[in-house]
Design a protein around this ligand. Structure first.
Ligand SMILES: [Fe+2]
Length: 274
């Protein structure tokens, strides 16, 4: 057991592992319906977003016959420089709770939980090798609320983490998305085979939206790491000042994570080892 942990840890270095290199791809802002259209105007005017820089806008008719509501738009507020056009855009996605007042809405709940008209919900970080990062994070007990998804419109694969909060606290409405742009054909094929059932989501925005809605309606929001693992790390480090946390402590915390994930995976798949 000890040897296995060591092996899992020793093979990597955060500085040299190329998949542990993150760049901000986009950020998603939740706003109250009262400011959705004003937010649109502010992006158009103050941030100089042209019509063609509104890279998507999704609508839904929640109640038949009542007409469509705009759920979200994404504004490209900055363009990549020559050579990095596709990968270096700066994008903000804006989401409003578009459901009728009589219907639950996780977006409305997240804003209400913060008593706020606007809330940064997730940051999408671009990685060069999403599969490698995903595996690395799973091996350390990180929870994801979706499998790796392929966007139907864009050349993009993505996965969404659980939310950041601690045992006993309310869900924070803050999580991470990890994306890889321009995946190769071979990678797409590999993912498609691995993920056959969940592959053909109509739109990844709606896929994520549905997952979050289910979590909030059930009152069972997936945390970034399980409460048990959180407590193990907190027991190890919680009494220290930040500057007293040693490299040895970090290695011990990582061992806890690897061991926790190994036990959890073994419990789920008794005949499979990670
Ligand atoms: Fe996103």
């Amino acid at each position: 057991m000890e040897t296995q942990n060591k092996k899992a840890i020793d093979h990597r270095s955060p500085i040299t592992d190329h998949f542990l290199n993150f760049q901000v791809d986009h950020m998603t802002l939740l706003v109250a319906p009262e400011m959705y259209n004003v937010a649109y105007a502010l992006f158009r005017i103050i941030f100089g977003v042209k019509k063609e820089d509104i890279i998507y806008e999704k609508r839904k008719e929640w109640v038949k016959g009542q007409g469509e509501a705009s759920m979200t738009f994404a504004a490209r507020i900055g363009r990549g420089l020559v050579g990095g056009e596709a990968l270096e855009n700066t994008i903000v996605a804006v989401v409003q709770p578009s459901e009728p007042k009589t219907q639950p809405s996780h977006v409305r709940a997240m804003l209400a939980d913060h008593n706020a008209a606007a809330h940064w919900q997730h940051i999408a970080l671009r990685v060069p090798d999403l599969l490698a990062f995903h595996r690395y994070a799973l091996e350390r007990g990180v929870n994801f609320i979706t499998p790796i998804l392929k966007d139907a419109d864009e050349d993009l694969i993505q996965v969404f983490s659980g939310e950041w909060f601690f045992p006993g606290s309310s869900p924070s409405g803050m999580f991470f998305e990890f994306v890889q742009r321009n995946p190769t054909e071979a990678l797409l094929k590999k993912l498609e085979e691995r993920n056959r059932q969940s592959w053909f989501r109509d739109k990844t925005f709606l896929g994520l939206y549905g997952e979050k809605e289910t979590e909030y309606q059930k009152g069972n929001v997936t945390p970034f790491i399980d409460a048990e693992l959180f407590n193990q790390i907190q027991n190890l480090l919680g009494a220290k000042k930040l500057w007293e946390i040693t490299e040895e402590n970090i290695r011990s915390a990582e061992s806890l994570m690897v061991e926790y994930a190994r036990r959890k995976t073994a419990g789920k798949n008794p005949h499979r080892r990670i």
